[in-house]
Write a protein that binds this ligand. Structure first.
Ligand code: V47
Ligand code: SF4
Length: 398
């Protein structure tokens, strides 16, 4: 931990732009920065400046603690009614034969593959199709809980919920209550993209609006449950749209306190309608993590999704505000591998994940979905014969 020294150096730098110095002063005093401050950071904050402030906040909140969890992903289908221009993963209904559509039984087979393995969470998200309706998902959640009550179900986003509730003429409140009763534990952060209506319309037209996304999370938080939030950046949005997105999240968090973690998602440009756009640089990605950490003072955690950004960037991000690297040990998601993610077959054993964190001087903590610490790996010595090394890979069925 050296962030306190770094911020003292920043504040004593007489050559620093006065506006940036004022922002550094706010951070040192634990004050909230404004939207104008955030825009200034996006436009003029250097990597070292934003990084020092973000690392200071990260270490004030968490010291060297770095969280990961053991989960697996299930994607019921990659066929989708929508045509988000950034999406490399979905196939239109007219090309149905190119994708996959798992039945209830096939999904339960995937759940059973992890029997006896120390996973704590299943993350379920995929395309939007009429057969995956309220009845399908409530039956699925009940079956998962009957089979394995301790497995935390983190599933679906307001994109799916908005669609299935509308189809069944259910209010958001009644719909989310049904999901809660069926066993849903928390909601992942997907589907947020960018809330600004003009940009959202161009990249994700037809699916739930930003306000609807926020409202469904609000209702879920009012039911006493937690969720995550994301922002898809680095496509056609401008910095002011990122600030607007962060502002809406911070405002809702002030009201409900129900968000656990914020996950910036860098746009990847392979195999989609926005492939002509260049991807953001590593410097921009680190600045984006850092500014998110500085702005979202009411979010406990900032997560970097390592299968998407790769192991080296995941290590670097831990000095730019990130305190959680997700940690899917045997990742079965194809949302990113099909879009050009760094990790095409992302799989790290617990030992490798712990090593990755320890080698940059941080403290590896396995958590459950709600950030209860399950195991502190700081001093763990791994012995190959008795230490669990990873998960079986699921067969690719499409
Ligand atoms: O909403 C789709 C994004 C999201 C691309 O809550 C893309 O713990 C980049 O939200 N380039 C879904 N991003 C995944 C998601 C997530 C992931 C990990 C953990 C959690 C959590 C949530 O993936 C979508 C969209 O924003 N996405 N295509 C692409 N080409
Ligand atoms: Fe469908 Fe989600 Fe892809 Fe949009 S991002 S096309 S809603 S799978």
């Amino acid at each position: 931990m050296k962030a306190i020294h770094d911020i003292a150096v920043l504040l004593s730098d007489g050559t620093l732009d006065p506006h940036l110095r004022a922002i550094a002063g706010k951070v040192a005093d634990g004050q909230r920065i404004t939207n104008d401050d955030a825009l200034l950071l996006f436009e003029h904050g250097s990597l070292s400046f934003t990084g020092s402030l973000a690392n200071y906040i990260r270490e004030q909140k968490h010291g060297d603690n770095t969280y990961f969890n053991r989960n697996f992903h299930i994607e019921p289908t990659n066929i989708c009614l929508y045509t988000c221009t950034f999406c490399s993963y979905s196939r239109l209904i007219k090309k149905r034969e190119e994708g996959w559509e798992y039945t209830h039984d096939e999904i339960m087979d995937q759940i059973r593959k992890y029997d006896g393995q120390p996973v704590t969470e299943v993350h379920i998200v995929g395309g939007v199709l009429p057969q995956y309706d309220v009845a399908f998902y409530t039956k699925l959640f009940r079956a998962i809980k009957d089979h394995r009550p301790d497995l935390h179900i983190k599933a679906l986003t307001p994109v799916e919920y908005h669609y299935i509730f509308k189809k069944d003429k259910l209010s958001y409140e009644d719909g989310m209550r049904l999901m809660l009763e069926a066993g849903l534990d928390s909601m992942p952060g997907g589907g947020a993209e960018i809330f600004d209506p003009e940009i959202r319309d161009q990249i994700a037209g037809g699916k739930c609006t930003g306000d609807q996304w926020l409202r469904i999370h609000e209702i879920w938080h009012e039911l006493g449950r937690r969720s995550n939030a994301t922002m898809l950046y680095g496509h056609i949005e401008e910095y002011r749209h990122r600030v607007d997105h962060l502002d809406k999240l911070r405002q809702l968090q002030d009201t409900t306190g129900g968000f656990q973690t914020f996950i910036p998602l860098k746009f990847r440009n392979e195999n989609n309608q926005l492939s002509h756009l260049p991807e953001t640089t590593a410097i921009e990605d680190l600045r984006n993590y850092a500014i998110s950490r500085i702005y979202l003072d009411n979010f406990d955690h900032i997560k970097a999704y390592w299968p998407m950004i790769g192991r080296d960037m995941a290590q670097l991000s831990l000095s730019f505000g990130v305190d959680d690297i997700d940690g899917t040990i045997d990742d079965t998601t194809r949302i990113y591998s099909m879009a050009g993610a760094e990790e095409q077959n992302p799989a790290l054993t617990t030992e490798q994940l712990v090593d990755l964190i320890r080698r940059v001087g941080r403290k590896p903590l396995e958590r459950d979905t709600l950030y209860n610490v399950l195991h502190d790996y700081t001093d763990t010595v791994f012995e190959s014969d008795n230490e669990y090394k990873g998960y079986v890979s699921l067969p690719v069925t499409n």
